[in-house]
Design a protein around this ligand. Structure first.
Ligand SMILES: NC(=O)c1ccc[n+]([C@@H]2O[C@H](COP(=O)([O-])OP(=O)(O)OC[C@H]3O[C@@H](n4cnc5c(N)ncnc54)[C@H](OP(=O)(O)O)[C@@H]3O)[C@@H](O)[C@H]2O)c1
Length: 280
């Protein structure tokens, strides 16, 4: 049995992929009604909350591998790690980012704390230090749809963005057959490193109308995220991370996705093509 700790973008797809392979998979969700409405055949949905240890322990029974993916609150994810140790789990696939204990970005420091707790737990583990998600573009979908433009503090920086469907596929593959990935750290990316001007050109081509990229300052980016409903602290942290794109912080591409999956990673054009309705 494989446990997926949440049913967000990565967790939901990973669960479906594992079920499609005929393997036992369980997903912990806060709202089972929502998950059941998604009608996942072959996926066991259990009600729980990563903030409530007893529900994590209950979900962990009989589990051999865990896909650890969540908003990465250290107390919660380290609670999952402790629970996995007690339950005799063999392997944890940890979905993470550019983790670093001295990063200026709090989430990256938190990810480093979680990674370290997992590494020292004695469990088998694999770290997926993913590049930025293409699905972040959904936050700009309203402005792309209505104004045919999107703003960002990414400047001219290039980013080796990855489609979360590929993150899910990599996590599922490793959870199903962890042996050759034991103790490994991967840096999954898409197949190309694109600036946001490049992304605007792809959107223009696929949507068939001119889409423009408007450079923002980090302060403007923060405000736009607050306007979109993010709490101020989270908006400031996310905008700071986007500002680092401009400095080339995420300008790298690896072959981790093709080498693990045996097929190319999805590119940005494929992502936009598959989600035309969201941007129209
Ligand atoms: N965005 C990026 O560019 C990027 C890049 C690299 C790595 N990452 C990492 O990716 C991870 C996020 O993955 P994702 O994009 O798949 O997440 P997501 O789509 O944002 O979904 C988060 C899920 O977590 C669930 N959740 C939140 N708190 C919970 C709790 N206490 N108990 C149970 N479920 C809970 C939410 O459920 P509800 O429906 O109940 O709220 C939701 O289903 C983070 O670790 C992040 O650092 C992100």
């Amino acid at each position: 049995m494989i446990l997926i700790t949440t049913a967000g973008k990565v967790g939901a797809d990973a669960a479906r992929l594992i079920a499609d392979r005929g393997e036992g998979v369980r997903v912990l969700v806060r709202d089972p009604e929502k998950a059941i409405a998604s009608a996942w055949s072959g996926v066991e949905v259990v009600a729980g909350d990563l903030a409530i240890q007893s529900t994590v322990d209950a979900a962990m029974r009989g589990v051999s591998s865990v896909v650890l993916v969540s908003p990465a609150i250290p107390a919660q994810e380290l609670g999952v790690v402790d629970s996995a140790v007690r339950a005799g789990v063999q392997h944890v696939v940890k979905v993470t980012s550019k983790a670093s204990a001295d990063s200026p970005i709090a989430r990256r420091r938190d990810q480093a704390e979680i990674e370290n707790g997992l590494i020292t737990s004695g469990l088998g583990y694999t770290l997926l230090r993913n590049n930025a998600y293409m699905q972040n573009f959904f936050m700009s979908a309203p402005s792309i749809s209505k104004e045919s433009s999107f703003g960002s503090a990414a400047g001219e920086g290039r980013i080796g963005m990855i489609d979360t469907r590929d993150v899910a596929a990599v996590a599922a593959e490793i959870a199903l057959a962890p042996a050759s990935h034991e103790g490994r750290t991967y840096w999954p990316t898409g197949p190309e490193s694109l600036s946001f001007a490049d992304a605007a050109a792809v959107l223009t081509k696929v949507l068939g109308r001119l889409i423009t990229f408007e450079p923002l300052t980090v302060e403007e980016q923060t405000q736009s995220m607050i306007d979109a409903g993010l709490p101020a602290g989270l908006a400031a942290m996310n905008a700071h991370a986007v500002g680092l794109f401009a400095e080339g912080d995420c300008d790298y591409v690896t072959d981790d996705v093709p080498s693990i999956l045996g097929r190319p990673a999805r590119g940005f054009e494929r992502f936009v093509t598959d989600h035309v309705a969201s941007f129209s």
